[in-house]
Design a protein around this ligand. Structure first.
Ligand code: 13P
Length: 365
């Protein structure tokens, strides 16, 4: 890895205090990214907001109490052997401040398992003004102070999610530009605090668009994101890109095969994502667990990718586990076994070694 001063372009004159603080965080950034980008490992997104976890619990008739959320997330993080497949866990702020049943803070517990703690730092979505059916992500106000606090509580990486609705008229140029700038501003603040930013531009799949339209939108979105990251002087060597896959919308009558998704996703990434980015960890975005695994595997079957291609799923890692747990302590071991198996299959997919026949070995398929 090049030392930080090598990244400063000739015209860039940082103030001395900024330079000192950035340099003092370089080691943290490097240690974190090296762990997150390890081959065969992925990131677990366990950072559902109160509203989202509430909805997921409600569907299974689990009450969304603070202790149920705590118990469920402890189940995930304490799954024996999970550190073989999971390098980091994205936490929601509530979990960052909670403890395991043995009284250990979750970030400390994760580190004791050689897993890195991360934190969702955006404050969710609001309607985008002067647009229809588009959303903006909030949370930049006070973010610098919050990042310093999260770091003091053990978080070494962070996540910010921007969403893009697909229709004939969307995403609008305004949404593409605004989200790119917010993602880049957030990423620059993270790095200035020694925190590796996960940059998450999600092209939503709950529409009827074709895979070709998704490719067009994703290419525009990623192009804008990397343009802004450059403008905000974000060091690409120390980010995780968390994109959506290039895939047809859920309502599209024509369903793309895993081979098509793999090929078109990699084509768009090659056009837009510099090789300096060490790792790309996809979101699952509403795909079934099996689809998300097969599509990731298809990408890793293609030779010559300059980045690690792995996973940072929430639903595709957790769905079967949560359904097995059902909020009942007696189901913990069975739920953990299912979660471990799903993580293992995705780890294989990140190496291009997954086959659908392996699904038969799981008790859920
Ligand atoms: P899904 O994998 O369920 O899309 O969630 C990923 C995530 O972190 C959303 O922000």
């Amino acid at each position: 890895m090049l030392p930080f001063p090598a990244f400063i372009p000739a015209h860039y004159q940082p103030e001395e205090k900024d330079l000192i603080s950035m340099n003092s965080h370089m080691k943290d950034l490097e240690t974190t990214i090296n762990q997150l980008a390890k081959k065969g490992k992925g990131i677990l997104a366990a950072d559902e907001s109160m509203a989202t976890i509430g909805k997921r619990f409600e569907a299974l008739k689990i009450e969304s109490t603070e202790d149920n959320r705590r118990a469920y997330r402890e189940l995930l993080m304490s799954t024996p052997g999970i550190n073989e497949y999971i390098a980091g866990v994205i936490l929601f702020e509530e979990t960052l401040n909670q403890t395991t049943s043995n009284g250990m803070k979750f970030p400390d517990f994760l580190r004791s398992q050689s897993i890195l703690p991360g934190i969702k730092v955006d404050k969710g979505l609001i309607p985008l003004i002067n647009s229809t059916d588009e959303q903006a992500t909030q949370g930049l106000d006070g973010l610098n102070e919050r990042l310093a606090e999260y770091k003091s509580k053990g978080a070494c990486f962070a996540k910010w999610r921007a969403v893009y609705a697909v229709s004939e008229k969307t995403p609008s140029r305004m949404a593409v530009k605004m989200n790119a700038n917010s993602l880049a501003h957030y990423a620059a603040l993270c790095q200035a605090n020694g925190i590796v930013p996960i940059v998450e531009p999600e092209v939503l799949i709950d529409s009827n668009h074709t895979i070709e339209r998704c490719a067009e939108v994703t290419e525009n979105v990623l192009h804008a994101v990397f343009h802004s990251l450059h403008k905000y002087k974000v060091k690409l060597e120390y980010i995780v890109l968390k994109p959506s896959m290039v895939i047809n919308g859920k309502q599209c009558p024509t369903k793309a095969s895993a081979e098509q998704v793999g090929k078109m996703t990699v084509m768009v990434l090659r056009r837009t994502v510099p090789a300096a980015v060490p790792t790309i960890n996809f979101l699952s975005g509403g795909q079934s667990p099996e689809e998300a695994t097969a599509n990731l595997n298809a990408m890793n079957m293609l030779a010559g990718n300059p980045w690690n291609l792995s996973y940072s799923y929430a639903r595709a890692l957790q769905d079967y586990c949560m359904k097995t747990w059902k909020g009942d302590a007696k189901n913990v071991s069975a739920a953990q076994a299912i979660f471990l198996q799903r993580a293992k299959l995705n780890s294989l997919a990140s190496l291009g070694k997954y086959t659908s026949s392996l699904e038969k070995e799981t008790s859920f398929a």
